[in-house]
Design a protein around this ligand. Structure first.
Ligand code: ZN
Length: 91
């Protein structure tokens, strides 16, 4: 399980980083994976007002659960990735 914020605390980097830098670490860690967003990372995003910024960059596909960049949706009204979207309408 990924805990970006806990890892940054552990290695002592977090106090030298801006919220922006921490946010991009979190995004880098999840993008292209199917990991659950860990509680400590969600808490950090909430406490630092970065949850909306995170949501503007990544979305979790409702079908396969992978994290994709916004813009990679198969259907812009739904949080579904292109390959799941194609599969659904490929029958
Ligand atoms: Zn998908």
């Amino acid at each position: 399980m990924t805990n970006v914020v806990e890892h940054l605390v552990k290695i002592g980097h977090i106090q030298n980083m801006t919220d922006q830098q921490i946010l991009s670490e979190i995004i880098d860690e999840y993008q292209g994976t199917c990991q659950f967003l860990s509680d400590s990372d969600i808490n950090w995003l909430e406490e630092h007002g970065q949850l909306a910024a995170f949501d503007e960059v990544l979305f979790e596909c409702e079908v396969c659960g992978w994290w994709y960049e916004i813009g990679e949706q198969g259907d812009t009204d739904q949080l579904i990735c292109e390959s799941c979207f194609d599969e659904q309408f490929d029958e």
